[in-house]
Design a protein around this ligand. Structure first.
Ligand code: SF4
Length: 325
């Protein structure tokens, strides 16, 4: 058997930053630190932070007044920010800067009087947060069929935005449908799908011809991990989403001479290493399909920068520019 690893895979800059924020907040303020929702969509990450004193809550009402609360990488609506203020909470924002960019675009288009079409999954935390910026102006769609059914007050004043973790190919189809239906539509120069999502999908596309089956390590509620499975399946390769090595079913690998492995943007590398170690019996060769070097890093919130420096961590003063493929 041969094992082929996709590169890049696993943690993106937004996830690394969010985890770093909770760790440094625990250090600076001491436990407990409250975190609204999962800081990133990965059970292993959440459990490890919980062991160190993070308490994950669904509602701010569950956070005692005056406590420190961290908002997750997926972002929150203005309503949640106001609620934190009303409850006298010290809020630290771990929203990924690439999600914040989409929020800012939504605010700008809403101010300019546009109807905004947000391409994304309506039950995802990121979409709920973005929608909250201008609920009366934003409509969420996630398919070409939904675009066909859209009725807007002024078809000449329409803008679109996208969730950051979508399928690049599906989103292109939806944007084309929008352009056909609303020829004057405005939007970002391409889409808002983030560099990490794009790079991981490109790596899977490069890898699928070389493997009989692909294992994607990631959580069932991780949008970008689910998209990696879809990308492989669309290309005709069997692909399975697993939380960790314990989910691998022997029948998936029966007769497979080449097994591909990748991981979603919120999956720690240790889970990949464990999967490789399990598959790596004598004579099994492991190689990587390398698509792009990622060198993106995001600055921490000001209040945690010194704590990080005290730990000897070198951090960018500003958010680094992405390297695109
Ligand atoms: S997947 Fe993209 S948008 Fe989401 S946290 Fe990572 S870099 Fe940010």
């Amino acid at each position: 058997m041969r094992v082929v690893l996709a590169q890049p895979r696993g943690f993106c800059a937004g996830v690394e930053r969010a985890i770093e924020i909770v760790e440094r907040a625990l250090e600076k303020y001491g436990p407990p630190i409250y975190v609204r929702h999962e800081i990133v969509h990965n059970r292993h990450v959440v459990e490890s932070l919980r062991e160190r004193g993070a308490i994950f809550v669904d509602h701010l009402a569950d956070v005692p007044r005056g406590s420190v609360v961290v908002f997750s990488a997926h972002g929150v609506s203005p309503e949640i920010r106001s609620e934190a203020k009303e409850r006298d909470l010290r809020a630290i924002d771990a929203t990924c800067p690439l999600v914040t960019k989409v929020h800012l675009e939504a605010i700008r288009y809403a101010k300019e009087g546009y109807s905004i079409i947000l391409i994304g999954h309506e039950d995802h935390d990121e979409v709920i947060g973005t929608l909250g910026e201008a609920p009366e102006r934003i409509v969420v769609v996630d398919s070409v069929e939904e675009v066909e059914r859209l009725e807007l007050p002024d078809p000449d004043k329409v803008a679109y935005l996208t969730q950051t973790t979508l399928s690049v190919d599906d989103t292109r189809d939806v944007i084309e449908a929008l352009r056909r239906k609303f020829p004057k539509i405005v939007g970002p120069s391409r889409d808002d799908i983030c560099y990490a999502t794009q790079n991981r999908q490109t790596a899977v596309k490069r890898l699928v011809d070389d493997v009989d089956v692909l294992l994607v390590i990631g959580a069932a509620n991780s949008s970008n991990a689910k998209r990696l499975v879809e990308v492989a399946q669309t290309a005709g390769t069997q692909a399975y989403l697993i939380n960790d090595v314990g989910d691998i079913r022997p029948e998936w690998l029966q007769g497979a001479a080449r097994v591909g492995i990748t991981a979603g943007a919120s999956t720690p590398e240790i889970l990949v290493s464990q999967a490789v170690a399990t598959l790596r019996t004598e004579g099994v060769k492991v190689r990587e399909v390398h698509v792009v070097e990622e060198d993106v890093r995001f600055a921490l919130p000001q209040e945690l920068t010194q704590t990080a420096r005290d730990r000897g961590l070198t951090l960018p003063e500003r958010t680094a520019m992405r390297r695109s493929i």
